[in-house]
Design a binder for this molecule. Structure first.
Ligand code: FAD
Ligand code: DHB
Length: 390
């Protein structure tokens, strides 16, 4: 079989790329290792930058996002037991972020793909990209007891951090990495969010906390936890008690608790692989870079890669112009490193590290106090939070 672009991975990057290419009349096939239900079951990101919202509209899947997404004009920082608003909207000349779960975004993209009759091969095993250094790339995979071959012009590696695409060029790629000595314990619960108008980021001597949401009836909360903790160690009651202890008294009092519908522990990592193009193989999203979740940049960065990559492919197929594909890697990496810097610095500022004793804690509080009282510092935070310009 032959197609123009083989996309490996049906996460947000792969699905969005497929949709944008389809809109431009470019054939593509997606190969996904898991089932569709498995992909939809992963609870991950929740905050979209305007650039991401615009791209979803361009892809024709912004309908439910427009009616159900919750626009946020501000964030709040809690430290030393007090909450401070940052007027992100006012400081950035009117920019906002939108709360809309990655699960919902993925569902919208999957439905649009199915409605257009586009091929997605789920449970494709042993996917292998090859031939991408020459003119005739091919991707092989196993399904239903047979090995299949897909010939194409380009391969898009949208298969996340543990995918096969980056692994297939591991001898030719430079990797930059920082692993953090803690994780995030996340809880999803069908209770009204404690702060429906702002995402709350908390620094306390007990560690980081975050109050977010998926809708006005569904909350997403996180607390920093040791890496070797197990989800089973955390009863719902223990989680709610710990979250309350890390917030200011008024917010702690207001939290409405309920049974968790999902609970998981995620490690935190900063990671960048360079370059992002190898002949006719292109990496996008988590396949090429990871940020710690503080600041919600992961999904948004993936969307920007896809914007650049879809534009480059469209230019190539429609105008025979290779400029976009030749500059793809450098263009993406410039923006990625700025988001890496922001996510690393917000993580460093908000979390308790093994050596954050009294002195480190006071320094964090001093920096936070400066941040909330200096218009220049608040503006820098706000500008990065809503997403730097393309
Ligand atoms: P993925 O979503 O990882 O999708 C890759 C797809 O490729 C998957 O469906 C996978 O099954 C498939 N695949 C992998 N290997 C193969 C193979 N060999 N063959 C075929 N298919 C393959 N970001 C935030 O902004 N906020 C958050 O709160 C947040 N929380 C997160 C929690 C966790 C546990 C993780 C892992 C990430 C989190 N992120 C968060 C990051 C955000 O979810 C990612 O940046 C986003 O999912 C990237 O999308 P992607 O499509 O590039 O990769
Ligand atoms: C969420 C995750 C984040 O990393 C963040 O900074 C804000 C919100 C969330 O899952 O809703």
């Amino acid at each position: 079989m032959r197609t123009q672009v083989v996309i490996i991975g049906a996460g947000p990057s792969g699905l969005l790329l497929g949709q944008l290419l389809h809109k431009a009349g470019i054939d593509n096939v997606i190969l996904e290792r898991q089932t569709g239900d498995y992909v939809l079951g992963r609870i991950r990101a929740g905050i979209l930058e305007q650039v991401t919202v615009d791209l979803l509209n361009e892809a024709g899947v912004g309908g439910r996002l427009a009616s159900e997404g919750i626009v946020h004009h501000s964030i709040e920082l809690v430290f030393a037991g007090t909450r401070h608003p940052i007027d992100v909207h006012g400081l950035t000349g009117g920019k906002v972020v939108t709360a809309y779960g990655q699960t919902e975004l993925t569902r919208d993209l999957m439905q649009a793909r199915a409605a257009a009759g586009l091929p997605t091969i789920y449970e494709a095993a042993n996917v292998q990209p090859a031939g991408f250094d020459g003119e005739h790339p091919v991707v092989t995979y196993d399904k239903d007891g047979k090995t299949h071959e897909l010939h194409c012009d380009f391969i898009a590696g949208c298969d996340g951090f543990h995918g096969v695409s980056r692994a297939s060029v591991k001898d030719r790629i430079a990797e930059y990495e920082r692993v953090y000595p803690f994780g995030w314990l996340g809880v999803l619960a069908d209770v009204p969010p404690v702060s429906p108008h702002a995402i709350v980021y908390g620094n306390s001597d007990r560690g980081f906390s975050l109050c977010s949401m998926r809708s006005l009836a569904r909350s997403r909360y996180y607390v920093q936890c040791p890496l070797d903790d197990k989800v089973e160690d955390w009863s719902d009651q223990r989680f709610w008690d710990e979250l309350r202890r890390r917030l200011d008294p008024e917010l702690a009092e207001r939290i409405i608790t309920g049974p968790s519908i999902e609970k998981s522990i995620a490690p935190l990592r900063s990671f960048v692989a360079e370059p992002m193009r190898f002949g006719r193989l292109f990496l996008a999203g988590d396949a090429a870079h990871i940020v710690p979740p503080t600041g919600a940049k992961g999904l948004n960065l993936a969307a920007t890669d896809v914007k650049y990559l879809s534009g480059a492919f469209i230019e190539y197929f429609n105008e025979r112009d290779a400029h976009g594909i030749d500059t793809y890697s450098a263009r993406c990496l410039k923006r990625i490193w700025k988001a890496e810097r922001f996510s690393w610095s917000l993580t460093t500022l908000m979390h308790r590290f093994p050596d954050t004793e009294g002195f480190g804690q006071r320094l964090q509080e001093a920096e936070l106090d400066y941040l909330v009282h200096s218009r220049a510092a608040s503006t820098a935070l706000a500008e990065n939070y809503v997403g730097l310009p393309l």
